[in-house]
Design a protein around this ligand. Structure first.
Ligand code: NAP
Length: 257
């Protein structure tokens, strides 16, 4: 059976790659694309870019079963509300949500649709989160620093992937203090340090450094292209069709949980 997919942010870096990925599969069909600019521009299969303000109308008319959203936090919260009300399942890749925005999305989704929400859809990063958890539990008392690097156009810092890494590390170690960057004089405490580099066209690097007496261990993931995220998002769109309503992570799609 064909899965009908709509893409929000269809003119964006991720949106364009996601549409390319959809094109590779005979059982997937792009039925709508939304963006702020380029409204009316042709996409695949006779579809053209729709104005985001027409989301409800176009989702209904196109018969979309899943909306894949890689836009901005404000746009995504609204898109999730509209899609969930119409019973359209969701794959959300946008990062940089506030806690309130996350709660708002959860309220819109619960009991209405199934949604996969992940700050990183790559297979490697989902394993990275597992590996740093094991290391954090094993290397008791070691200093922990999270270092991420992204392209100069990335809006949010630290990245959603780094934020998830901090969550995993805090849970594994019981450390609650997080220090973002450092400046001036003073000794490090028991915190988790977080550092964000923004430069050039770096797709996405994440390192967790564990340092103790006389040694250090670094666990590092580097994305070479956005392809890894696009294929994970499209895989999630197929997976999310026909499962019980609720909020899922990429780990559920990969069956790592
Ligand atoms: P991007 O190139 O800026 O693309 C975002 C697109 O969304 C832009 O074309 C933007 O239009 C459009 N947009 C903004 N508001 C919209 C709305 N209301 N409705 C429809 N489209 C709207 O950014 P990107 O690099 O693709 O990244 C997008 C998001 O995905 C970011 O939050 C990023 O951190 C995240 N991301 C997640 C993963 C993952 O694996 N989860 C991987 C990579 C990126 P304008 O340009 O006109 O504003």
């Amino acid at each position: 059976m064909t899965v009908k997919i709509a893409v929000a942010g269809s003119k964006g870096r991720m949106g364009q790659l996601i549409m390319e990925e959809i094109r590779k599969f005979e059982d997937l069909e792009l039925v709508a694309g939304f963006d702020l600019l380029g409204v009316g521009d042709p996409l695949d299969g006779g579809v053209s870019v729709s104005d985001s303000s027409d989301l409800a109308d176009v989702l209904q008319k196109s018969g979309a079963q899943v909306l894949i959203d890689f836009t901005t936090p404000i746009a995504t919260v609204e898109n999730v509300r509209v899609a969930a009300n119409l019973g359209v399942n969701l794959v959300v890749g946008t990062t940089g949500f506030s806690e309130d925005q996350k709660k708002e999305m959860a309220r819109a989704i619960e009991g209405r649709v199934a949604a996969v929400i992940s700050p990183n859809f790559s297979v490697g990063v989902n394993l990275f989160w597992k590996l740093i958890e094991v290391a954090a539990r094993s290397l008791e008392g070691y200093d922990i620093e999270v270092i991420e690097a992204h392209h100069r156009n990335k809006m949010d810092a630290p990245s959603g992937t780094a934020a998830e890494a901090v969550k995993v590390l805090a849970k594994a170690t019981g450390r609650i203090e997080v220090v973002y960057g450092r400046e001036g004089r003073g000794l490090r405490g028991d915190e988790i340090g977080v550092h964000a580099v923004r430069a050039g066209d770096i797709v996405g690097d994440h390192t967790v450094l564990f340092a103790g007496p006389g040694e250090r261990l670094e666990i590092k993931h580097q994305a070479h292209s956005r392809q890894a995220f696009a294929s994970g998002a499209v895989r999630s769109a197929r997976w999310v069709t026909g499962i019980p309503n609720g909020i899922y992570a990429m780990a559920d799609v990969l069956d790592q949980k």
